[in-house]
Write a protein that binds this ligand. Structure first.
Ligand SMILES: [Zn+2]
Length: 125
């Protein structure tokens, strides 16, 4: 079952799940930030006005630093929520290597316990 969200919509859903009342600095929780740059990956970067660190909507989440699209992550999450899957099943379903499927599944199991992502995973289905 394919995910019907674009990458932009995926990113929006992560943001809304983490920060339902508006984006905050993941390091100091300050709500005052400014747009810093448009990342090469199409994800805007922000700079916190209190601690001066830069961040994006994925900083500090399991999705940060991943080369996979958010769509793949969420498709995997959806499959796992529908029932246990072997790495081989997941790799076929997502068209990724078995080792990648193994890493995805391991990371997602941890992410399912992250309360800031509850809303997101409910929406994933
Ligand atoms: Zn900060």
């Amino acid at each position: 079952m394919r995910l019907e969200w674009s990458e932009q919509q995926c990113l929006e859903r992560v943001r809304k799940s983490r920060w339902p009342d508006g984006r905050r600095c993941p390091r100091c929780s300050h709500a005052d930030w400014r747009l810093h740059a448009q990342g090469d990956n199409g994800r805007p970067k922000y700079r916190c006005r209190r601690c001066d660190r830069t961040f994006n909507d994925l900083t500090g989440t399991v999705f940060a630093h991943s080369h996979l699209s958010l769509g793949k992550w969420f498709e995997c999450a959806r499959a796992l929520k529908q029932g246990p899957k072997t790495c081989v099943q997941l790799s076929r379903l997502l068209s990724v290597k078995v080792a990648t499927a193994w890493r995805l599944r391991k990371s997602l199991r941890r992410a399912f316990c992250d309360p800031s992502l509850d809303r997101l995973f409910k929406e994933v289905g």
